[in-house]
Write a protein of this length. Structure first.
Length: 293
């Protein structure tokens, strides 16, 4: 079992987001390679489609330019992005590391990264904390707007390391164990409520049967008493006056409701309250995990 777990960890891919300037991002890529621990590396680059298209030395909004010109220019820019990714792959090959490339196309770089992490179920991710010029030995906080956004909005299950100029600045630990525990707890409560509801239904069904049986017995007793009263009335004149109390008692007994059976409404209410509380705890835990530590 331990060997299988170790193998799964070794096969896990580490994703790293880099910029378009290979020279300025080389130190971060080198750090990722040195700390990959034998895992595969996937280099991510967010490609932003051009919205201003150059025509005869002047840039125009893409909405006002011929579609063919827009498509041709964007394909040219996309080819440049692929070339940059290939340069990063070459650096990895020279260091003897197997790497893959992934181009994410979106207007917003930070939103593209968050979407990529979610869609690919990324567990380990590396990105810059700030531009190299902002680095100092005392640097401990994220200074990049993109890094702060990713730290706050990326799925809580992703372990993210933020680096600057080849140095680790901040780590946002993944919360997979906590999320799984909360999910399992919620599932247990839901199963408990389901089984309790089934038991309560059986109890109510049994109560209905008992009530029906009691009504049948009361009907038989009432019929018997009525017959006895009539017989007594034919035997003697005074017997009629004695039969009245019996009839009165019969009506009194008939009007009283049958004994009620205990129900589990209070227990179900408590379980429903616990489930609602667990859902809120689960939601707040995920929201808190998305914030920077």
């Amino acid at each position: 079992m331990e060997k299988e777990a170790s193998a799964a960890v070794m096969e896990e891919i580490i994703y790293i987001a880099l910029g378009r300037e290979t020279a300025k991002n080389k130190s971060n890529l080198t750090w990722a390679i040195d700390n990959s621990q034998g895992n595969k590396i996937c280099i991510v680059l967010v490609h932003q489609p051009a919205h201003m298209i150059p025509v005869l030395g002047t840039r125009f909004d893409a909405a006002t330019v011929d579609e063919e010109l827009v498509r041709a220019y964007r394909e040219k820019q996309k080819a440049k992005t692929d070339k940059i990714l290939d340069e990063y792959l070459t650096i990895c090959l020279k260091k003897g590391v197997h790497a893959e490339k992934l181009c994410v196309e979106m207007d917003s770089i930070e939103k593209g990264i968050v979407q990529m992490i979610s869609e690919n179920k990324v567990r380990k991710f590396i990105m810059g904390a700030a531009k190299d010029k902002h680095y100092s030995t005392k640097m401990e906080e994220l200074r990049s707007r993109k890094a702060i956004f990713v730290c706050q909005h990326a799925p809580a299950t992703c372990h993210i390391r933020f680096i600057c100029k080849g140095h680790l600045i901040h780590t946002r630990k993944g919360r997979m164990d906590e999320v799984r525990a909360l999910s399992a707890l919620l599932s247990d409560f839901q199963r408990l409520v389901s089984s309790r509801s089934s038991s309560n239904s059986d109890m109510m069904s049994g109560s209905s049967k008992v009530k029906s049986k009691m009504e049948e017995e009361e009907e038989e007793e009432r019929t018997s008493r009525t017959s006895s009263s009539r017989s007594a009335g034919t035997l003697s004149y005074s017997g009629g006056s004695e039969a009245s109390p019996s009839v009165t008692d019969e009506k009194s007994n008939h009007s009283s409701p049958p004994p009620s059976l205990p129900c589990g409404a209070m227990g179900l209410g408590m379980i429903s309250f616990l489930i609602h509380s667990t859902k809120l705890w689960h939601k707040r835990a995920i929201q808190n995990n998305k914030q920077c530590e």
